[in-house]
Ligand binder design. Structure first.
Ligand SMILES: *Cc1c(COP(=O)(O)O)cnc(C)c1O
Length: 416
């Protein structure tokens, strides 16, 4: 053991801090187009790295060992204040009565919601992974852990939309407890009115995993009728420019109570108080610039998609391509044209400091939060298309990245 430890130490002279700093410097030079990521403001980062992140707060109003307590820990007054302020800001930004901001991730938010909403042995209908649904709802994952069946929502891959007629028939046949909308590949909103009507016929609840589109929803630019669902939830760090984490939003106070009380000691213990304060900062920023940001994200993605298509990059869902922050490449046509799938394309782009995911998605949320505008998309498309077509675009990438002054839309609010 001793020997192993020493030899490992000898072979690994690098301090992980150096690795983290190398990462920051590199990704700071990159054109970041990953739709699952964003670039939170410096203020969010300060809160996230503040002393709170290393402390505990656990409000428990009741008895512990024969004594009445309000928190299982001392020194928590400001963490309590930050938690409740963040909840209030979330209610304001999303226009709901209840917000649960403690889930450590979108996945855990999904787990807590479905654990409270779906009875054991129950049935859920969700967009299947092969059509861009979240893998966690697929066979072997959350359905197995929480003991429910998951049935596919019929989907039309050529239009990127739910096949609504087939959905109605499937809902009547399956009689699900919950119809779960939302997906990891999400270009267009749903016809929620239709889904709610069909759900009502069989007494199903409708829930919405808004992980990817949460920032657009916060800015009022996507699925404007989402508050009609029983509950929506998701990640706070994709199109929403917050710290990595999860959030649950609902108008149903009783349901919110149920989910909230299920979080502690089932899905998690502490909630990372610095993260919650950082989420509060991001919500504060979005309460001021959310609509402008979200509009810019959508305009950028439509413009970027149009420019890419014009350069010959095969995209899905012509002619509108997208209504969200995501642009989806057409894998089959990519392979035909360039003999490369999305993973090979992604590696090729990464060699020239353009970061997209390995599954064919591009996103404009980070660009818009950094203050890039639709007018910048022509050059960005030139860089992406050029790299795919085998040209050296490093100079162009570095000019595009170098244009940014280091301040996000959120940072500008704290300055004034
Ligand atoms: C990313 C994602 C999740 C998981 O969120 P994490 O914050 O990574 O845990 C869940 N559902 C959907 C639709 C997602 O896109």
């Amino acid at each position: 053991m001793e020997k192993y430890f020493i030899s490992w130490r000898d072979k690994s002279p690098m301090n992980p801090l150096d690795v983290a700093m190398k990462h920051s410097a590199w990704r700071g030079r990159c054109l970041n187009l990953q739709p699952s990521e964003n670039h939170p403001s410096r203020a969010v980062r300060r809160a996230l790295a503040s002393d709170m992140e290393f402390r505990y707060s656990m409000e428990i109003h009741g008895e512990i060992h024969g004594e009445i307590v309000d928190n299982a820990y001392g020194g928590a007054r400001f963490m309590e204040e930050a938690l409740h302020l963040t909840e209030k800001l979330a209610c304001d930004v999303f226009g709901v009565r209840c917000a649960e901001v403690r889930p450590l991730s979108g996945h855990l938010a999904a787990m807590a919601v479905l654990g409270s909403l779906v009875p054991r042995g129950g049935r859920v209908m969700a967009i299947p992974p092969e059509h861009g649904g979240y893998d966690g709802y697929g066979p072997g994952y959350l359905p197995d852990m929480l003991g429910f069946e998951c049935h596919p929502i019929p989907f039309n891959p050529s239009s990127g939309e739910v096949n609504y007629e087939a959905l109605a028939d499937e809902v009547r046949r399956v009689k699900p407890d919950v119809i779960l909308l939302g997906a990891s590949y999400i270009a267009f909103p749903y016809d929620l009115g239709y889904v709610l009507d069909v759900a009502e016929e069989v007494g199903a609840e409708v829930a919405y995993d808004a992980s990817h589109v949460l920032g657009l929803i916060a800015g009022g630019e996507f699925q404007g009728d989402i508050i009609k669902v029983k509950v929506f939830y998701g990640s706070t760090h994709k199109s929403f420019p917050g710290p990595q984490g999860g959030i649950i939003l609902t108008n149903d106070e009783e349901f919110c109570q149920k989910v909230s009380s299920s979080l502690l000691w089932r899905y998690q213990d502490n909630f990372h108080p610095g993260r919650v304060a950082a989420l509060g900062v991001a919500l504060w920023e979005m309460s001021r610039v959310g609509p402008d940001y979200a509009r810019c994200v959508r305009r950028c993605s439509r413009k970027l998609a149009a420019e890419l298509a014009e350069s010959g990059i095969p995209l899905k869902y012509a002619p509108s391509y997208t209504d969200s922050h995501q642009i989806l490449m057409d894998s089959a046509r990519l392979r035909e044209k360039y003999s490369m799938g999305p993973a090979a394309i992604s590696r090729l782009l990464e060699e020239q400091d353009i970061i997209v995911d390995r599954v064919g998605r591009l996103g404009t949320a980070e660009l818009a939060w950094k203050g890039y505008a639709p007018g910048d998309m022509e050059r960005i498309a030139e860089a992406v298309a050029g790299a795919i077509q085998g040209r050296n675009v490093r100079g162009l990438v570095s000019a595009i990245v170098g244009r940014w002054d280091g301040l996000t839309l959120g940072d500008r609010l704290h300055e004034t």
